[in-house]
Structure formats: C-alpha cells, structure tokens
Design a protein around this ligand. Structure first.
Ligand code: NAD
Length: 513
C-alpha cells in the first residue's frame, strides 16, 4: 500500500499506531480493549483503536446532553454555516480520506473518493436546508385563531453504521441532524474504526475553529455491545442504524421497548428487470457495475437479473462475456475493477452461497473462487460469479454480501417479472430496463415495484443524495439524505394562538361559567 501513499494519508488524517476510540469533539479518551484494524487489501495491520467502556460512554452522554442545551438555541442557518465549513474541510481532506476508505474497507480508490464526494454533497444540501426547515400554516376552525406546526430539535441522535459505507452514512445523518439542532453520537462498524477516527478529527477542527463546546460530535467504538449502550438509553430519542436485517430486528425492538424512534437502513435484494426491448448495452453496464462494484458489498448491489425469455440467451451471453474482462486486484490500483471482500468471514459467506445455489439446483455460468498468490495475500479476493437460479431458492431469497449474481427467467407480461422482483423479503432498490412506456409506468405504479427506490433505465446500485434513500419491508422503512428525510431528526409541534378576548372551544363545545 505504501506505493499508493497510504502512510502520508494516515498522517494527514491524524491516525496514530494506537488511537483512543472515544471522543466528545476535541477531547479523546478510552479505557476499553484494543480493536486492531487489518486491511483487506494486503492483510496488514493498519492501526488500532481502543474501545469505549460504559464509563467512557457516560462521559460522552454527559457532554452530549449538555451541548444540546446550547446547540439547539443556535439559529439553524448558523448551524448550517458550521456544516458549510465541514464541507470545505472535506474538500481539503478528500484524497487522504478517500484513500483510507479504500484501504480499510477495500473498495476502489475511485469509489472511496466518490464516498467523500457524497459527504460533501450532503453538506451542501444541508446548508441550503438550514434555511428551509418549514412547517405549515393551517386554517383554524375558530374565529380569531391562528394555527401552525413547527419542527424543533430532538436531542441526542445515535448513529450506528455498517462497514461498507464507513464514512458517508455518518455524514448523511450528521449533516442533517446538526442543522436540525441535534447533537450526534456515532458508533462506526468495528470493521472500519479508523475511518471513524479520521472523520472525527476533521469535524473537530471545525468545532474548535468556531469555539463550539464538546459534545456536538461524539465518537464511540466497539462491537454490538457498545451499540447497545445507545439502543437501551432513554437519553437517545433517535437511533439511526445501518446494517444487516438481523441487526435491525434487534435494534428496532430494543428502541421500541423504550418507545424511542429508530431509523433503519438494512439489507437489500435488488433486481433489474430486463424486458424484451431493453437496450442490451445499457443493461450490461448497469448489471455488471451493480453486481461487481464494491465487490458486491453495497446495500444497493444488483443480486438478481430477471430476464424475459425472448432475450434471455442474448443478455446472458453479453453479461458472461463482460465478466471475462474484469480485473481483480488491489483497489488502490485504478486499473482494477474489483477489490477484496471485507474479511475472511465474508469469503466464507460467498463460498457458502455458491455451494448452496448448486445444491438447490442452480447452474454456475461464471465460476467463482478465492484468489491466492502474489497480491492476494489477504485471502479476501474472490472472483465475481454468476449462476442461473430460481427466485424461490432459499439462497436467492437471502442477501449474500458478495459478488454473486443470479439470472432468473420470466415469460409473458411484465407483471410476471414484477411479481418475481417483489417476491423477496427485502425492498431496497429495483430497476427496469425498457423502452416501452407501458411497462415502465406499470413498474412505477401502485401495483409495481414495492421498493424504496425504483429506477427506469438505470441500474440498482448507488443513488443521488437529493432523493430520500431507504427501503421497505425487511430493509427497515427508514429514509435518509434528501427530500424531506430531515423531519425524522426533529420533533413536530402544533401551535394554536388565540388573538381574541373570547375562549371558544373546538368542535363547537359550550362550557359556560
Ligand atoms: P452488521 O449488521 O453486521 O453491523 C452494522 C452495525 O451494527 C455495526 O456497527 C455493528 O457493530 C452494529 N450492531 C450489530 N448488532 C447490534 C446490536 N444488537 N445493537 C447495536 N448495534 C449493533 O452489518 P455490516 O456487515 O457492517 O454491513 C452490511 C449490511 O449492511 C448489509 O446487510 C447491507 O445491505 C447493509 N447496509 C444497508 C444500507 C442501507 O442504507 N439500507 C447501507 C449500507 C449497508
């Protein structure tokens, strides 16, 4: 990794050999065990982070609840100015941070930079939004009365994030939460703790330059047990959790048990429907990027291609031949298309899926396998694979977080393809490739795709920050990022003001004294 300037990047980001994993802003402390972060790129130890203990967490919560009391009073556009400065800092640190994302998580350097760009974009979006946190004015049924609703800051927002977007998910939440007047406590994935340290160092500079108190941006580190500090804590009114459906089911119940609010961004099982008159060239680009980009470790990765029987062979041949051109290797080397999986456990899940699809009656079209030898020492590099399968296979119903693509055939009308597309437990991203207006509109209609994201002539993978991001069913129902997703970070209040000298009651009720 040294030839790619990793050491310099780590230095710029303030990453030491051993880092304290708990922070309230500019203050760092931590008394838990050491978490070692190994790179899936070359298997090397990058650095370590000390985990957060219960006592450390208490110190964080004290700072956060105290900071909220003053931060909520700062006018929203002034908070927007802080987020604007944060966006500027991110522009400054884009290259080293993009590199660290690539090295610690394993996605390509281009995608690492893309992730930081998303952070910059959400900051820009939030800055504008800080002047638009609007409620509505409503007409009262009573004479001389005014009624309106307004949004107030919520409090401490807990953020639990997954390894595959180790920096962007945090900013999707914080940029909005901060302009809304909330303070944040973030627990990054224990698989990518250094990305968390780097981000906290960047925001800490902004907070210091503006003389803001400790507690507005807090970091805690550790595994699920540290996440539980927040899910079980009444002082955290909103927990935003990104990760597996398995995790989401536990978090949802914990938070609901104390009647808190949770925002869940969980697994997907995304499909592209390929109709008889689809543009084959566009389909191949969308499908291949969707299936192998980030080595299949995006929540929006394409898992299933649902192809009409009339063009099945043509699409199959084109996709299989495109796989022949994929270059697998060090993701910091921009000649490569596919980097490693996050760790050996992920490799096991990948192997297991390939075995299972064959056992259930599927046919492998592009052989998988784990790469070894020069450049593959980490043991995390796998070959993207394709199998012909049936939607009802248990393994197809399941999200395998690796580059395994299933080809499914449909016949007859587009409704049949939509049934297959919707016939899974998850509901994140979906797409149709078609030049037929009726098919496209059916796919987007009330009876069409049941996903949070439905695209026409675009793949399933990735999304712009301007739209609300998230999915239905076992994806958890949460929405982050653009549109009116900000509302979840605030509490709504309805206000009625009487400017007369009478006190009329609602619904015409008389109460004479
Ligand atoms: P994971 O569920 O293993 O872990 C995610 C985070 O949850 C980690 O920080 C982990 O420590 C924490 N956690 C786990 N159990 C917890 C508990 N009981 N209480 C509190 N915290 C707990 O997921 P992962 O392997 O890091 O990420 C991959 C998964 O994330 C995939 O399923 C992917 O689809 C999903 N994902 C979804 C989105 C989305 O926006 N919908 C985005 C990225 C990733």
């Amino acid at each position: 990794a040294e030839q790619f300037g990793m050491k310099e990047a780590l230095g710029l980001l303030g990453i030491k050999e051993v880092n304290q994993g708990t922070s309230t802003g500019n203050q760092w402390f931590s008394n838990g065990e050491k978490i070692d972060s190994y790179s899936p790129v070359d298997g090397q130890l990058i650095a370590s982070v000390t985990a957060t203990t219960r006592e450390d967490y208490e110190q964080v919560m004290q700072a956060a609840t105290e900071a909220f009391k003053t931060f909520r009073l700062m006018p929203a556009p002034k908070r927007g100015e802080i987020v604007r400065q944060f966006g500027e800092k991110l522009r400054q640190y884009k290259e080293p941070l993009g590199k660290l994302v690539s090295y610690e998580m394993g996605k390509s350097y281009q995608e690492g930079l893309g992730e930081v760009q998303e952070m910059i974009d959400i900051c820009d979006f939030a800055v504008g939004l800080s002047r638009q946190l609007n409620g509505s004015t409503l007409h009262s049924e009573r004479f001389g009365h005014r009624m309106y609703d307004q949004y107030h800051p919520l409090g401490v927002v807990g953020i639990i994030s997954a390894f595959n977007f180790p920096v962007a998910v945090w900013s999707w939440n914080t940029a909005l939460a901060w302009i809304c007047g909330d303070v944040c406590v973030w627990k990054p994935s224990e698989k990518t703790p250094l990305c968390g340290i780097a981000c906290q160092n960047i925001i800490a500079e902004v907070l210091k330059e503006n003389n803001l108190p400790e507690g507005i941006s807090c970091l805690i580190n550790g595994d699920y047990k540290v996440g539980e500090f927040m899910t079980q804590d009444k002082r955290v009114p909103l927990v935003s959790a990104t990760g597996s459906t398995r995790m989401g089911k536990i978090v949802a119940q914990e938070v609901a048990g104390r009647l808190g609010r949770s925002l869940l961004e969980l697994g997907g099982n995304n499909a592209i429907i390929v109709t008889p008159d689809a543009d084959i060239k566009m389909t191949v680009i969308g499908a291949v990027f969707g299936a192998v980009g980030t080595a299949g470790q995006r929540c929006t990765s394409t898992r299933r291609l649902i192809i009409h029987e009339s063009i099945y062979d043509k699409v199959k041949d084109a996709v299989v031949s495109a796989y022949g051109q994929l270059r697998i290797g060090n993701p910091l080397d921009q000649n490569n298309h596919v980097g490693p999986l996050i760790d050996k456990h992920a490799v096991e899940m990948y192997n297991n899926a390939l075995e299972k699809v064959v056992a259930e009656g599927g046919t492998v079209l592009v052989e998988g396998g784990v790469l070894s030898g020069d450049g593959f020492e980490s043991g995390c590099y796998v070959k993207p694979a394709i199998a012909e399968a049936k939607n009802e296979f248990e393994i197809v119903q399941h999200e395998t977080f690796a580059p395994v693509l299933y080809l499914l055939k449909y016949s007859g009308d587009v409704e049949n393809a939509i049934d297959i597309q919707n016939g899974v437990a998850q509901g994140l991203s979906s797409a149709i490739m078609t030049n037929n207006l009726r098919e496209a509109e059916k796919f987007l209609s009330h009876a069409g795709s049941d996903c949070g994201i439905a695209n026409v002539n675009i793949g399933t993978s990735g999304a712009e920050i301007g739209g609300a991001f998230g999915g239905e069913k076992e994806t958890g129902g949460g929405r982050e990022s653009g549109s009116d997703a900000w509302k979840v970070y605030m509490r709504r209040q309805t206000n009625t003001i009487n400017y007369t000298t009478d006190l009329p009651l609602a619904q015409g009720i008389k109460f004479d004294l």
